[in-house]
Design a protein around this ligand. Structure first.
Ligand code: NI
Length: 139
């Protein structure tokens, strides 16, 4: 059976961030980023949806063992981001504004590297609030 199926894993982390472009004046940063430019940071309860698509393995019946997927997300994303200040604690955001868009891309690239296979495709959805979310299809 050559069937492509998508497997989803939902995860959650809390993190603080500040949106800021060091090349702009404080007034410009405040104009563009508003409350998200608060110098003392602010937090979000992020919900993360990881979608893995691939062919069903005929031996296991799995696209990917979801326990392995969950362990990879824990090791490479949750342990790195949860209860952290993204700007200060996470090296990927040292020179990258930690918007939901950029966080989704960083998560995608970390997981893609950890999965280390060309036979699975990865799509990331990141909810910054219940109503605000981004999707990165890795293309
Ligand atoms: Ni924010």
């Amino acid at each position: 059976m050559n069937r492509k199926v998508s497997v989803y894993r939902l995860e959650h982390f809390n993190a603080a961030h500040r949106l800021h472009n060091p090349e702009w004046s404080n007034a410009e940063n405040e104009r563009i980023f508003g409350k998200c430019n608060n110098p003392n940071y602010h937090g979000h309860n992020y919900n993360l949806e990881v979608k893995v698509t691939g062919l069903i393995n005929s031996d296991t019946g799995y696209v990917i063992d979801i326990k392995i997927l969950s362990d990879i997300i824990k090791e490479h994303v949750l342990d790195a981001f949860d209860h952290k200040n993204l700007n200060l604690d996470v090296p990927e955001f040292k020179n990258l504004n930690p918007t939901a868009e950029n966080i989704a891309v960083v998560i995608h690239d970390k997981l893609e590297k950890a999965l280390n296979t060309d036979s699975l495709t990865l799509k990331i959805r990141l909810y910054e609030t219940e109503r605000n979310y981004v999707e990165y299809p890795g293309e």
